[in-house]
Design a protein around this ligand. Structure first.
Ligand code: PMP
Length: 395
């Protein structure tokens, strides 16, 4: 066997026999209804927080840009890949954040990998929240920096680790997220800013799940916590609230555009297609003009979280558009996931390997586009799962 044959033969996917990862999910004419394995379902596992994937302004802008500029740029931003919608979106995001410069990336994953590896090098120290997303860890690895993890959401542990760095503390970059994607909990950002500021270190906040969701204007947790001026860099993605695909790094304090050549994920990868940029621009406008979408989202989150809590499910510590239902046995989790689909609800099935604790997750993500009837259907499917399904409490 050669290396590839050995590697492929040895690799074991989660729930391999059930082919969970090959499940075909199709969307049926709107952001919250679809079909899974031929079964009509309410989509409650898509991170489509504001439901903008079908917003008429976004769909129209996307189609018009494709007709005018073609389907792709076929070039990096530093070559032939800067079109009017790329420049326009950068301007509009900079205005939204009150920032000097914005760097766009083709995905949120690339935004973290690109900006972290451009900011840090072998002489740097990175301090990551232990539950950081894979793209943050990968950016850290690529940078070559000495990397330490501090206890999840624990500003005291962060303080301890910065103190241990001595003189080097002011050179460290601390990285946290706004809303964590598995259990929906938020970082204690004011406390973290206080600690980071005391040591003169730098702070990057990944607002992938909180952009468009938290804050009076939807700028995320930093806005909600009133600490925007203390954050050095915000990373975000277009693949959740903005309903398309792409990512960005933005700073109120620093001119990040200086890093365009250093961020290899920016310099050496084709830019987003014009249709994606145009729909992101339209979606940003919707976010700015329709704060009621955030209210609707949070209301759906509150109703669902409270109802699942009352049914006795073990959830994350706070109300959030991400509701992670913990299941401590992988076969039960798989059976529960199939049960929910059979009862008309699609959620994400998260294996032990990807979850933040000794459990699998049935991860529910809410949307402003869920109707009250759809929220009822989600709760009812979980009620039946408790009463007659695989997660029935033992008698
Ligand atoms: N950061 C976090 C916290 C995420 O959850 C994700 C995606 N789930 C990303 C970054 C990557 O974003 P994208 O899907 O746009 O590549």
């Amino acid at each position: 066997m050669n290396l590839i044959e050995r590697r492929v033969a040895a690799e074991k996917l989660p729930w391999q026999d059930s082919d969970v990862l090959g499940t075909l999910v199709t969307v049926d004419g709107g952001p919250t209804s679809g079909t899974v394995n031929g079964q009509a379902v309410v989509l409650a596992g898509t991170n489509n927080y504001l439901g903008l994937t079908f917003h008429p302004d976004c769909v129209r802008a996307s189609a018009e840009a494709a007709a005018r500029y073609g389907t792709g740029t076929t070039g990096s931003r530093l070559a032939s890949g800067t079109y009017p919608d790329h420049a326009g979106l950068e301007r509009e995001l900079a205005d939204f954040y009150g920032a000097r410069a914005v760097m766009l990336f083709t995905t949120g994953y690339q935004a973290n990998v690109g900006i972290i590896s451009a900011l840090a090098d072998r002489d740097s120290v990175l301090l990551l929240d232990a539950q950081s997303h894979a793209s943050i860890y990968d950016g850290a690895t690529l940078s070559g920096a000495t990397t330490y993890r501090f206890k999840h959401n624990d500003a005291t542990d962060l303080d301890k680790r910065l103190r241990r760095l001595g003189d080097k503390a002011s050179d460290a970059l601390v990285i946290v997220e706004g809303i964590y994607s598995m259990l929906g909990d938020t970082a204690p950002l004011a406390e973290i800013c206080e600690v980071v500021g005391r040591y003169g270190a730098a702070l990057l906040v990944d607002e992938a799940h909180s952009f468009g969701v938290l804050g009076k204007h939807g700028r995320g947790l930093a806005e909600a916590a009133g600490v925007e001026d203390q954050v050095d860099v915000v990373v975000g993605t277009f693949s959740k609230s903005l309903g398309c695909v792409g990512g960005y790094a933005v700073s109120r304090k620093h001119d990040l555009s200086q890093l365009r050549a250093a961020a290899r994920a920016y310099a050496y990868s084709a830019s987003s297609s014009p249709s994606v940029m145009a729909s992101a621009r339209a979606a940003l406008k919707v976010i700015r003009e329709h704060p009621e979408l955030r209210e609707r989202l949070m209301n759906n989150a509150e109703v669902t979280y409270r109802a699942l809590q009352q049914l006795g499910y073990e959830l994350g510590p706070e109300v959030s558009p991400v509701v992670g239902v913990q299941v401590r046995n992988d076969q039960l989790a798989l059976d529960a996931w199939h049960f929910l689909i059979d009862h008309g609800v699609y959620v994400n099935l998260v294996p032990f390997e990807a979850s933040p604790g000794p459990f699998c997750l049935l991860r529910v993500s809410l949307s402003a586009a869920h109707t009250p009837e759809q929220i009822d259907a989600i709760v009812e499917a979980f009620r039946q799962l408790r009463e007659s399904g695989p997660l029935r409490p033992a008698a």
